[in-house]
Ligand binder design. Structure first.
Ligand code: B12
Length: 501
């Protein structure tokens, strides 16, 4: 029997602002890595087990792993699911598998993760070339071979060995199509009205920005000497058209969730792709994270118009702060004026597009007045919705410190981009101020924005707005009840009934 490489996404709680029908996207990293392994390592079986998409809990997962007997288990988590990642690693090890971890979390806590003795090798950064070389080296069976594989860390006795950095793939068009056939594709967005038959897709990798709080430009960054710098790569419009045609025709996908840190970082490719889609008669709903300065640029060139005509209907804008000073302190290079200009364009020329703004609070020196200024700006901009995210010291970002590591993973539950549930701490007063402002601060700009959005002509936009408001209200109510009657240990995430099943 051929050896099995099994990628596993373990059971996990839901983020409270996502509905159950679109809380889990196809794990594109696993699909992309699996495709590379399948193409390059011929005598290996490759499978993906996406437990949340299958509503599979821990008991079933355990018996599945016992039944499949993988030689290698691949894991990769957000910080918030470190607990689940380590629990899975323990299961896999107990079954005799070698555990390989990668992605935007484990790649930035390699020595700490390896010291748990639950993980054999950590892959840093982009994974497709590394995983192939790594499996070949592991099959060879000798430790010196591992030292020749770029972009990994592993333990050799007491020593943690980190090999030389992996060079980025020069041409993303050379990547094989992601192994969607290994996923329970029909499950993604199956019951979703707003993101029906969802696909995850990447236009490119990396970013042009290097914001302090973000791990994504680092994950796909380029080494200049020993310094990591942001680096943007895109696929060609023709390759992207081929990928979308295949998602639509082979896998019946009808909504595209662009996973790029910044979909419009490149001034050409999104517009060119949209022209190709329109020429092909393909119009699919799409969501994307975009830069506000890029949006203004693309409105002027006509690229934004093409993207919207081709189906782009949900935009996420990282506006972050209400003032230039704190944006500069975070090394964020698009500013409040860009956000205002972008919103003027969107509200007047593209009113059908749902726009969600994201802000960060909890910087040194933030006061309740800062939070009120953020709320005021969100209303003035006429965003359809906004999220306020506490500044989070994600591994790999400027604020991360190794002493924040917790080998049980439990501390990372708080890396959930949610308010801190009234726990005492620096952000508690800011969160109270935000809630107070949301409940009682009904200035005219806000009232106008509410009426405009909630009575919006576009049915999808109205539906999503109401859903988010409903989920927000439920979240705060649950938190309030929890703080009155429970021990304050509620992490704010929702554990589905099947979690342990
Ligand atoms: C889609 C997505 C979601 C979806 C679906 C999540 C899901 N669980 O199904 C939604 C919107 C629901 C979501 C929610 C959340 N998300 Co999210 N999400 C993403 C997003 C946009 C795309 C992930 C992706 O497919 N990337 C494309 C692949 C190809 O790139 P990649 O993952 O980097 O993989 C490459 C390498 O890293 C490496 N690699 C990755 N994994 C592995 C594993 C192995 C074994 C190996 C060898 C290599 C390897 O190889 C890959 C190919 O080169 C990322 C941002 C991003 N662009 O990555 C954020 C991101 C992963 N999310 C993030 C966060 C914080 C969350 C939330 C906690 C809060 C939120 N809403 O944003 C919740 C938690 C949800 C939950 N309970 O699971 C953070 C995680 C940061 C961190 N270090 O923890 C990210 C990075 C965004 C960010 N702001 O920084 N998310």
């Amino acid at each position: 029997m051929k050896e099995l490489f099994l990628f596993v996404r373990p059971p996990r709680p839901l983020w409270p602002f996502n509905g159950p029908s679109s809380a889990f996207w196809p794990p594109l990293a696993f699909a992309s890595l699996a495709a590379a392994l399948r193409e390059r390592v011929r005598d290996l079986r490759v499978e993906i087990l996406d437990a949340p998409a299958l509503e599979m809990g821990w008991r079933t997962l355990e018996s599945e792993i016992r039944r499949r007997q993988p030689t290698y288990v691949g894991i990769g988590e957000e910080a918030v699911s470190c607990v689940e990642g380590l629990r899975l690693a323990a299961l896999a090890k107990a079954g005799g598998a070698r555990v390989i971890a990668g992605g935007c979390f484990f790649g930035h806590v390699a020595p700490e993760s390896l010291r748990t003795d639950l993980i054999d090798v950590v892959v840093h950064g982009e994974g497709e070339v590394t995983i192939v070389e790594l499996v070949e080296a592991l099959r060879g069976g000798d430790r010196p071979a591992l030292r020749q594989v770029a972009g990994i860390s592993f333990a050799d006795g007491e020593e943690v060995v980190t090999t030389e950095p992996r060079q980025l793939i020069a041409d993303l068009d050379t990547l094989p199509l992601p192994a969607y056939d290994l996923l329970p594709v029909e499950r993604y967005g199956a019951r979703s009205r707003n993101h029906p038959h969802l696909a995850a897709i990447e236009l490119g990798r990396g970013c042009v920005g290097s914001c302090d709080f973000c791990v994504l430009w680092r994950q796909m960054g380029r080494f200049a000497g020993d310094r990591l710098v942001p680096h943007l790569r895109t696929k060609s419009p023709e390759r992207l058209l081929e990928e979308i045609r295949w998602l639509v025709r082979h896998h019946c996908r009808r909504y595209l969730g662009w996973v790029d840190p910044c979909f419009n970082a490149d001034p050409e490719v999104p517009g060119q792709l949209s022209e190709l889609l329109l020429r092909d008669g393909l119009c699919l709903g799409q969501s994307a994270w975009v830069r506000t300065d890029g949006l203004v640029r693309d409105a002027a060139s006509g690229a934004l118009g093409s993207c919207v005509r081709a189906g782009l209907n949900e935009l996420y804008l990282g506006i972050e702060r209400p003032d230039g000073g704190s944006l500069a302190s975070l090394h964020k290079t698009s500013g409040v004026a860009d956000a205002r200009a972008a919103m003027r364009i969107l509200t007047t020329q593209f009113p059908q597009v749902l726009v969600i703004g994201s802000f960060i609070y909890g910087l040194p020196g933030d006061t309740p007045a800062t939070i009120r200024a953020i709320h005021r700006l969100a209303c003035e901009l006429q965003l359809d919705q906004f999220f306020c995210i506490p500044l989070t010291a994600l591994p790999g970002t400027t604020d991360w410190r190794p002493e924040l590591w917790d080998p049980t993973g439990r501390r990372f539950r708080r890396f959930n981009f949610l308010p801190s549930a009234g726990l005492p701490g620096r952000t508690a007063a800011l969160e109270r101020a935000l809630l107070w402002s949301i409940l009682f601060n009904w200035h005219p700009a806000r009232l106008r924005a509410w009426f405009r959005h909630l009575l919006a002509g576009d049915a999808r936009k109205r539906r999503v707005s109401w859903r988010l408001i409903g989920r927000g209200a439920q979240f705060h109510l649950r938190r309030l009840v929890g703080s009155l009657f429970a021990n304050g240990d509620d992490c704010g995430l929702i554990f589905p009934a099947w979690y342990e099943s």
